[in-house]
Design a protein around this ligand. Sequence first.
Ligand code: AMP
Length: 250
Amino acid sequence: MKILIPVKRVIDANVKVRVKSDGSGVDLANVKMSMNPFDEIAVEEAVRIKERGEATEVVAVSIGSAKSQDTLRTALAMGADRAILVKTDQAVIEPLAVAKLLKRVIENEKPDLVIMGKQAIDDDSNQTGQMLAGLLGWPQGTFASKVELNGAKVKVVREVDGGLETVQLAKPAVVTTDLRLNEPRYASLPNIMKAKKKPINETTPEALGVDIAPRLKLIAVAEPKAREAGIKVDSVAMLVDKLKNEAGVL
Ligand code: AMP
């Protein structure tokens, strides 16, 4: 049983993002980058499945510049066996292009299961997993908070509005991770050292025969409006008066 885990290099979740002064995008200069947090959860889940003896190989894939190798090394240090970098210097690769590239990699690698993040925290698209499953004609279990393998089937508990939904998928299938699925491990120093020896194969969108030219035009990026400071009132009467006459909510 082989598991494929797509991992994206994004701005670290703890960094306060700054919008460029011309509104053309987010400032990436000297900003700490890390693996997309939902993808860390996907790596953890795949490695746990392998540790339970239910998978034989975990392969990480990233699409991006040569710097995405760092992200792949992190996946390798967490326990993935090998990695594939689809190398491109194009700054933005839209979810449909990512899904088409992953489809090609999957046709070559033939995994039984793809586990990926439900969304990348930079573009917040939440599209790639669903599009990939659609392109492959595979079943999908999105927003997973529990994944159980049972022979040719995968049971996925999904976090949906107002509760949990359990679905059963026939393998091969695509699963996307939600926050509560697991708590990803930190890679230990020995494993970071070992990961340096694990192979990363490289390919390109051209070699995979996929046109990744953007289809969308970014119009503008803006900071959210700053919240105005609040005031303290001296009495309930004053509060009611302000709600009535200034805020207009009563
Ligand atoms: P999105 O649809 O952009 O929110 O991304 C959803 C998931 O698709 C991510 O959590 C990753 O698992 C995967 N993904 C998106 N972009 C890439 C990329 N450039 N390389 C590898 N995986 C990606």
